[in-house]
Design a protein around this ligand. Structure first.
Ligand SMILES: [Zn+2]
Length: 319
């Protein structure tokens, strides 16, 4: 090899190193917060007695491994057995706190704000907070965050204001979702495959799921750029399911590969996009990126071309 070739290789590798270096700086800019709903767990009628414990253990272990400062939103009614809190369920919630994760209120009964009165909804939030507040206190944490079931936050300005007033009076911050998705459809299909002990179908669903979630990520990155001219801190909603317990490591790898680092619910609010005032209302519970875009006067078309669940996955549910 001549001196000239060596020089070319030298220059090439220097260029590669420089551009790689630039990429890694740029990549650190992308942030995502992982929020997990419906704690302790969604089991889809699994007959495995240990399923809730398995889901909780796997999820929190993977979050620890990938240094994901996740937050879990608890449906407190699911902890009860009759009039009192079931100690096994309580241990699952405590596992989140023991491992350093934050928890938020997702109501007691998972009520839909579209279909119950203000009084019923607000009482349900209060009923949920009694258990949560004392649990968080034991771990030197304060209950701050609220997640709307179905992301329904008031279908008109009156109901939206009424709920926002209630939340702020009770020192809650509503946790927005930017990457909304149908992970629960994959999760139900996965639970069916699990019940049938069909490991090849489980793997197939898992692979489809990661692929779908990557497409969703790119879709909401594009939407973010349309609304804010930049990629804002993303907030992902997933559910506490066996699918996510088994696949969060691959999900985490996918986000990392796309240049993301994981941030906490607290850090999300450092992004000024989250201070955008919402002035349009809808019965549907869609991504806050759309709410912010519509409030900035953008056309409904911004919601077009969303990524759909592949038919072969939804068909598993119909069987
Ligand atoms: Zn929920």
């Amino acid at each position: 090899m001549g001196k000239k070739n060596l020089l070319i290789i030298g220059v090439l590798s220097l260029t590669l190193t420089l551009s790689y270096g630039q990429n890694s700086i740029k990549q650190n800019d992308k942030k995502i917060c992982i929020t997990v709903d419906d704690l302790p767990a969604v089991t889809y009628g699994s007959t495995n007695k240990n399923i809730k414990s398995e889901i909780t253990t796997k999820l929190t272990e993977t979050f620890e491994k990938y240094k994901v400062p996740a937050i879990g939103f608890v449906v407190t009614g699911k902890l009860y057995d009759g009039e009192s809190v079931d100690s096994t369920n309580l241990k699952l919630i405590e596992m989140w706190l023991d491992r350093g994760f934050d928890l938020g209120n997702h109501t007691y009964s998972h009520f839909d704000y579209n279909s119950v009165s203000d009084t019923a909804y607000f009482n349900d939030i209060i009923k949920s907070q009694t258990v949560l507040k004392s649990l968080l206190q034991k771990h030197n944490k304060v209950l701050k965050y609220f997640r709307h079931p179905y992301l329904h936050s008031g279908y008109d300005s009156i109901r939206s204001k009424s709920l926002n007033d209630f939340l702020s009076k009770n020192n809650y911050i509503a946790a927005p979702v930017t990457i909304d998705n149908d992970d629960y459809i994959f999760a139900e299909a996965y639970a069916i495959a699990d019940k049938e002990n069909n490991s090849s179908l489980k793997r197939e669903i898992g692979v489809e799921y990661i692929n779908y979630m990557e497409q969703k990520l790119h879709y909401f990155e594009e939407k973010s750029i349309e609304v804010f001219n930049r990629n804002i801190t993303q907030s992902l909603l997933i559910h506490s399911s066996l699918l996510n317990a088994d696949y969060f490591d691959e999900l985490a790898d996918m986000y990392r590969k796309n240049g993301y680092s994981f941030v906490s619910q607290d850090e999300v609010f450092n992004d000024p996009a989250y201070s955008t005032h919402v002035t349009t209302y809808n019965k549907q519970g869609f991504s806050w990126i759309f709410r912010w875009g519509l409030s900035k006067g953008m056309n409904q078309e911004i919601m077009d071309n969303d990524i759909l669940v592949p038919q072969k996955i939804s068909e598993i549910l119909k069987k």
